[in-house]
Design a protein around this ligand. Structure first.
Ligand code: F6P
Length: 505
């Protein structure tokens, strides 16, 4: 009889937990065994999980947990476009946008992306007149991916200057207005549902801004990116400027669809295709590699080890690359909205911790702000370091050399520690980290990096038996905001007093 999840966890709980120093001492081949390079585009990405506490025994037991969790079958369903989101009876077909998945879905996604490419190329060729700016309006998954990719890839060579606006706080939209010339600005309205209040309110204000500033046909400057094109038509957008995507693409997995329009407009269709290609390389790896050789799955083993066996409540991501400054924000939605759940996929309460809190920042800045806690605090925080061997700048090579040296020094220091009789100067060490090192941060490696985290998130969900593709936790707050807007509802005394203080009662 196959091992149950419970039995697999009992075994995991009973295994020895050697220190990092012991693991390295016991196995001279540890680095080779615990790291692997994936060829992506014109370069590659190195994934080094050797400074985590995974031992051969732990990995073998996690492989048993994966089998007990039906990992192979769940992964097959994901790529076959079958239902993997039972609470909404949906598939999750983001990989089809990268050309990996059910044939019909890959074909449909390809046709929709070809349509986007035609529009992007036409805009570059002047079909909508001079276009110097794009204000991309969306929130959550309709903003975080585009903001990350534009910031990472279009810093000095943007074909169009893109401003991503998500917050309903008008200060955000005003900042974009003040950086754009209305006569040469397009507005992208990005919303899977085309109903999100923040996005629709910001979009209406952007149209008004165009009209107030002499643009004769503001709606003619709008591109709609949505899974519900009929809603965009109703809102007044001409069908030729509506770029649809499939309902089976989840919001936080939608960068690859027409939600990526601002990225394609900023970096060009070729480079956007290269980003999809990099993600596809990771898809094929995740689909085909087995057990510990599967990088996102191996990362999920370490994640589960720290969250469940070592009670780590957070995990941190530090990018030693200024261009990846928005990656922690992106990963927060990907990981916390996907796996921050309290019930299993079949609706039963869980009796174990699910997603840790993802946080992070950029190195070296973070070293001078939060690393004190990582080195000497009482919380054990598994850290991921992400860096690029090739620099993103053209300055004196000393900049990049110092950046990378610091990145590697932090991982080494966390692991080794330094004993001192003076407690304040004592570093306990044995603190884990993983390192992801790109040859060069280009569209393909960024695509692979993001897809790696998507699959890692999925693998974690499968190991926990939860559904990573719904997000009902965000609904209650929206409901209450609507009740406040309608008026007449009773609230708790604190909320009622706050509403009264702000004149909203
Ligand atoms: O409120 C959460 C959420 O539904 C996210 O999952 C989603 O990415 C975001 O809102 C935006 O939704 P939409 O793209 O439909 O505007």
């Amino acid at each position: 009889m196959a091992t149950s999840r419970k039995t697999a966890w009992e075994k995991l709980e009973g295994l020895p937990r050697p220190s990092l120093a012991q693991l390295f001492a016991a196995d001279p081949a540890r680095v080779e065994k615990m790291s692997a390079r994936l060829e992506v585009g014109e370069g590659g990405v190195l994934f080094d999980w050797s400074k985590t506490h995974l031992s051969d025994d732990l990995i073998a037991a996690f492989e048993e947990l994966a089998a007990a969790s039906d990992f192979a079958e769940m992964r097959r369903r994901l790529f076959a476009g079958e239902v993997v989101n039972p609470s909404e009876n949906r598939a999750a077909e983001h990989t089809a946008l990268r050309g990996v998945g059910k044939e019909a879905s890959v074909e449909e996604a390809g046709a929709l992306l070809a349509r986007m490419r035609l529009l992007v190329d036409a805009i570059h060729e002047g079909a909508l007149g001079e276009v110097r700016h794009l204000i991309h309006i969306g929130i959550g998954g309709s903003a975080l991916g585009p903001a990350l990719a534009v910031d990472a890839l279009a810093r000095d060579l943007a074909l169009v200057d893109v401003h991503v606006v998500s917050n309903i706080d008008g200060v955000a939209l005003e900042a974009a207005f003040s950086a754009c010339d209305p006569a040469t600005t397009l507005i992208a309205v990005a919303s899977k549902t085309f109903t999100t209040i923040e996005t629709m309110t910001n979009a209406a204000s952007a149209l008004k801004w165009l009209a107030d500033n002499g643009v004769a046909d503001p709606l003619g400057r709008v591109i709609a990116l949505t899974a519900y094109p009929e809603k965009a038509v109703e809102w007044g957008v001409d069908e030729t400027r509506i770029l649809p995507f499939a309902e089976s693409v989840g919001g936080r997995y939608s960068l690859w669809s027409s939600i990526g329009f601002p990225v394609a407009l900023a970096i060009g269709s070729e480079d956007f295709a290269a980003m999809l290609g990099g993600a596809a390389a990771m898809d094929v790896h995740f689909r085909d590699a087995e057990g510990r050789a599967n990088l996102p799955l191996l990362a999920a083993f370490a994640d589960q080890y720290y969250t469940r066996l070592r009670a780590c409540q957070t995990r941190a991501v530090f990018c030693y690359d200024e261009r990846l400054g928005l990656l922690p924000d992106y990963l927060q939605q990907l990981e916390m909205e996907s796996n921050g759940k309290s019930v299993t996929a079949s609706g039963d309460p869980v009796d174990f911790p699910t997603a840790p809190i993802t946080w992070g920042g950029v190195g070296t800045d973070a070293q001078h702000a939060v690393f004190q806690l990582l080195h000497q605090g009482t919380n054990l925080v598994p850290v991921d370091f992400i860096a690029s061997i090739a620099p993103g700048d053209d300055l004196d090579p000393a900049h990049h050399r110092i950046l990378l040296m610091n990145c590697f020094a932090q991982g080494a220091a966390l692991m080794a520690g330094r004993a001192s009789a003076d407690g304040a100067r004592n570093y306990p060490g044995d603190r884990p980290s993983a390192t992801i090192l790109c040859d060069d941060l280009d569209p393909a490696t960024l695509g692979a990096l993001i897809a790696f985290h998507e699959h890692r998130t999925f693998a974690n969900a499968v190991l926990m038996g939860i559904n990573p593709f719904d997000q009902f936790g965000v609904e209650l707050g929206k409901d209450i905001a609507r009740q406040i807007e309608k008026g007449g509802a009773d609230f708790d005394p604190s909320t009622a007093a706050l509403l009264a203080a702000a004149g909203l009662d």
